[in-house]
Design a protein around this ligand. Structure first.
Ligand code: DX5
Ligand code: ZN
Length: 220
């Protein structure tokens, strides 16, 4: 039986009350906190760094899943590991040495993953499957919350699920972008087990109602 995980993205949270926001969303049933890092270089937006990760760390016990949308990748990895990140993922196009970046994350005691934009092929996984703990399929182009789910992502989730099954390894398959109560079941059916949702959760007053509704869809 698949373990499904809901990973609210703090991108749509109230940044002036971030500690309270992450506590509330975990109390509402979140399994993971998804932490979007944007650098105004790899993506056209700027968010938060290791200091903010460190600041929210004492507020929650659940894993913090750091999604790096930055270039270069390597020099920020140790800082996030020290700031309490549990999972660190990066975009393969943003790293000159993908194997080295994955190894660096693991050497710092975190789970490592690769992120695939809508037009990025999964072939980047071919020689590094044994160093990957998470595969993150983007169902929007990265940079902003509140965009619409790109349906072609479902095919890619299916493809990634096949690769994971063939590997025989325990690899999380996460989907990120435009996930809502209405489409979470389709993403699960395609093979995703971890669901990032920003605006769908933080855009509603009752986080628990949204997370419960997502779980009902996943159980159906
Ligand atoms: C987009 C980010 C996402 C984003 C998701 O670049 O990686 O994590 O916050 O937000 P929604 O769920 O609103 O699409
Ligand atoms: Zn993200």
């Amino acid at each position: 039986m698949t373990t499904f995980r809901i990973a609210p993205s703090i991108l749509s949270a109230d940044f002036a009350r971030l500690g309270e926001e992450v506590r509330n969303v975990v109390a509402a049933g979140a399994d993971i906190i998804h932490f979007d890092v944007m650098d105004n270089h790899y993506v056209p937006n700027l968010t938060v760094g290791p200091l903010v990760c460190q600041a929210i760390r004492p507020h929650v016990q659940v894993p913090i899943d750091v999604h790096l949308m930055v270039k270069p990748v390597d020099r920020i990895i140790p800082d996030f590991a020290k700031a309490g990140a549990n999972i660190i993922t990066f975009h393969p196009e943003a790293s000159d040495h993908i194997d080295r970046s994955l190894q660096l994350i693991r050497d710092h005691g975190c789970k490592a993953g690769l992120v695939f934009n809508p037009a990025t092929p999964l072939s980047y996984l071919e020689h590094v499957m044994d160093k990957v703990d998470m595969i993150l399929i983007m169902s929007v182009n990265p940079g902003f919350g509140g965009q619409s789910f790109i349906p072609q992502a479902l095919k890619k989730i299916e493809q990634a699920r096949r690769l994971i099954d063939e590997s025989g390894r325990d690899i999380m398959l996460e989907v990120d972008g435009g996930i809502k109560v209405e489409n979470i079941a389709a993403a699960a059916k395609a093979g995703a087990d971890t669901f990032v949702a920003g605006s769908a959760i933080f855009g509603q007053p009752d986080y628990k109602a949204v997370i419960d509704a997502m779980r009902t869809q996943l159980a159906a």
